[in-house]
Write a protein that binds this ligand. Structure first.
Ligand code: HEC
Ligand code: HEC
Length: 149
């Protein structure tokens, strides 16, 4: 691990340094549950579960009918199954903020890694459209791989 990756791991709450899946050090935990993967990649890629804390997933799953301006609601059984999988496969904040962040792209480490220039590039580029389109720049994003490529 380079120093920069160690800093990033710290920002992610040691999700990289002490991985949830023991066989892979450098990978952010991806979505491996088939239902979550299917339902949460209908409009965008399935964001790796390791990139948000449990309370953030909880908040996202509690507000699907108004999900970033879209109605992403599901039937109650699917909502509960996905909520439980996301929450059980991410790390909780020890002291959760009053309003846990709902965007990876809002997190401090993310802004530090990307900088305002990249946000602008993403917004104005046809084919990217938004910094939230991780895969446009990180081919392995859905698999949890963000190495320099
Ligand atoms: C109906 C379409 C739709 C579905 C289905 C959907 N989303 Fe989204 N999601 C969006 C839109 C639109 C955004 C905002 C994207 C942007 O700003 O470019 C978004 C953004 C997000 C973000 C924030 C990305 C960032 O900027 O860091 C997360 C996390 C997220 N969705 C999780 C989920 C999860 C979990 C599910 C499955 C339960 C899901 N989404 C299903 C439309 C959807
Ligand atoms: C417009 C292109 C672009 C988009 C879109 C983008 N990134 Fe990045 N990202 C970069 C660049 C460039 C870097 C810095 C790469 C480097 O220096 O290794 C970076 C760095 C990172 C790193 C740190 C990698 C490391 O090894 O230190 C992570 C993690 C990351 N991005 C995650 C994401 C996620 C998650 C999304 C979507 C929510 C995203 N990125 C969207 C371009 C982008």
């Amino acid at each position: 691990m380079t120093t920069r990756r160690i800093l990033l791991a710290t920002a992610l709450g040691v999700a990289l340094a002490t991985p949830l899946s023991a066989d892979d050090n450098e990978r952010v935990r991806p979505v491996t549950d088939p239902l979550t993967r299917a339902e949460c990649s209908a409009c965008h890629m399935a964001y790796p579960v390791g990139l948000l804390r449990s309370q953030s997933w909880e908040r996202i799953m509690g507000t699907l009918s108004d999900h970033f301006g879209e109605d992403a609601s599901l039937d109650p059984a699917s909502t509960e199954a996905i909520r439980a999988w996301l929450v059980n496969n991410s790390r909780p904040y020890a002291k959760p903020p009053a309003e846990p962040p709902m965007r990876i792209s809002e997190l401090r480490w993310f802004k530090r890694e990307h900088g305002s220039r990249l946000f602008t590039v993403a917004r104005v580029s046809k084919g990217i459209g938004s910094i939230s389109n991780c895969q446009a720049c990180h081919r392995g994003a859905e698999q949890g791989l963000f190495e320099d490529d």
